[in-house]
Design a protein around this ligand. Structure first.
Ligand code: SAM
Ligand code: SF4
Ligand code: SF4
Length: 377
């Protein structure tokens, strides 16, 4: 096995050239990849840095003081990020998620949020604009983000038990820091807040029921995420994955659940509602979700592209290569050509890593998979 330090560095840009430009008739919301999937969701990483060292994402042994994060000059500016988002509008994107690293570490983030909130789809509608954060810095930023036009928030929290949480973030952040962030977000008027919990067998699976108990009836949707084999540094092993079916059973034994329909096509989470004494979904108790990318791959519906902090477009969370858009942005490429370029890249998309997981064609063995902290969740 290659050394982990080596594995996080060599990410290459795909070859650039006129061949990537899509013909004009393909540039529109009817754009499809090779498996017939549209582009609807753009995830934008605004930093590769983080103040946590979650062992499943940025283990301290690799992301230590010798780790070289991207230099400032390599990062896309807010203006460049907005140009990419604008170029994706004619291609049918409906949603943008800001992520990282820890996005709240990026200075003046509300300025970017405002620029993205001002964008409109071709039909005049706003984009669904959301952000994923560890919430450690949220208490002091929630209001500014909300005022800038951020609509929704996803907050990561892996345990309610303080020692377990401190162990998992490995930087001694307390559960209370995150809960204060959530309260501040609610006060700031965020109507839709989701909490993501990555479940690792033997690490935090005793927190499943306490987390469900805490968030049930609080207007917050808790989502359980299967521990994934992203990147090369977390030492992932299948034995540490607790299948969603088992997680659901543990919650259901405590609080009966009912399946709910997907709210939008391509939704990553399977939705379940809490039942009342009559066996019907009680909306006041809320719902929970399961993101089962290991045991029930959802590549068939995957409509997500990811823009890395320094402007590479990745077509899959498990891709080894990104397409270098920064090169074209800094060449002063106009919006129409940039749209055609992104359309051309999407047209060639074949990725379905999770569906093929374990098979030789899932990813080329000599290609490193990108790290989650670099590309965002
Ligand atoms: N720092 C922010 C946070 O933690 O919310 C945003 C970036 S983080 C990479 C995005 C999401 O990816 C988080 O919800 C995190 O729990 C999840 N994640 C990271 N590594 C993962 C893994 N190996 N398996 C499953 N989810 C993972
Ligand atoms: Fe940081 Fe988020 Fe990764 Fe944890 S999951 S190390 S908070 S980027
Ligand atoms: Fe999408 Fe890749 Fe995840 Fe499949 S493995 S759902 S293609 S990001």
């Amino acid at each position: 096995m290659s050394s982990p330090t080596r594995a996080v560095i060599p990410l290459h840009a795909a070859p650039e050239g006129a061949a990537l430009l899509a013909p004009p008739e393909a540039v529109g919301p009817h754009l499809r990849d090779t498996l017939g999937r549209p582009l609807r969701d753009l995830r934008i990483s605004v930093t590769d840095r983080c103040n946590f060292r979650c062992s499943y994402c940025m283990p301290k042994s690799v992301f230590d003081r010798n780790h070289r994060f991207l230099p400032q000059a390599d990062l896309l500016s807010f203006e460049e990020i907005t140009r990419v988002a604008q170029a994706c509008l004619p291609l049918g994107i409906k949603k943008i998620r800001i992520t990282g690293g820890e996005p709240l570490l990026r200075k003046q983030l509300p300025t970017l949020i405002k620029q993205l909130a001002d964008l409109r789809q071709p039909n005049g509608e706003r984009l669904d604009l959301t952000l994923t954060t560890n919430a450690s810095l949220l208490a002091r930023q929630a209001e500014a983000l909300r005022d800038a036009g951020l609509q929704r928030l996803t907050i990561s929290l892996d345990a309610l038990d303080d020692p377990t949480f401190r162990r998992m973030n490995d930087m001694d952040f307390a559960v209370a820091d995150v809960l204060h962030g959530i309260e501040a977000a609610q006060r700031a008027g965020f109507a839709s807040i989701k909490v993501n919990m990555v479940v690792q067998r033997g690490v935090n699976d005793d927190q499943i029921v306490p987390m469900a108990t805490y968030f049930r009836g609080r207007g917050i949707t808790l989502r359980f995420i299967e521990y994934m084999d992203v990147g090369h540094t977390n030492g992932w092993q299948m034995q540490q994955v607790l299948p969603s079916a088992e997680v659901k059973q543990r919650v259901h034994d405590q609080f009966p659940l009912l399946p709910l329909a997907a709210s939008v096509p391509g939704e990553t989470a399977q939705r379940w509602g809490y039942a009342n004494a009559q066996g019907q979904h009680d909306p006041s108790l809320g719902e929970i979700g399961f993101i089962s990318s290991v045991t029930q791959a959802f590549c068939g519906d995957c409509n997500r592209a990811r823009l890395s902090t320094e402007g590479r477009l990745f077509l899959c969370l498990f891709a080894g290569q990104g397409h270098d858009l920064r090169h074209w942005l800094r060449q002063g490429e106009d919006a129409v050509t940039l749209s055609a370029r992104i359309a051309g890249i999407w047209q060639g998309r074949t990725n379905q890593y999770s569906a093929l997981r374990g098979q030789a064609q899932a990813s080329a063995p000599d290609q490193p998979k990108v790290e989650m902290s670099y590309i965002g969740g």
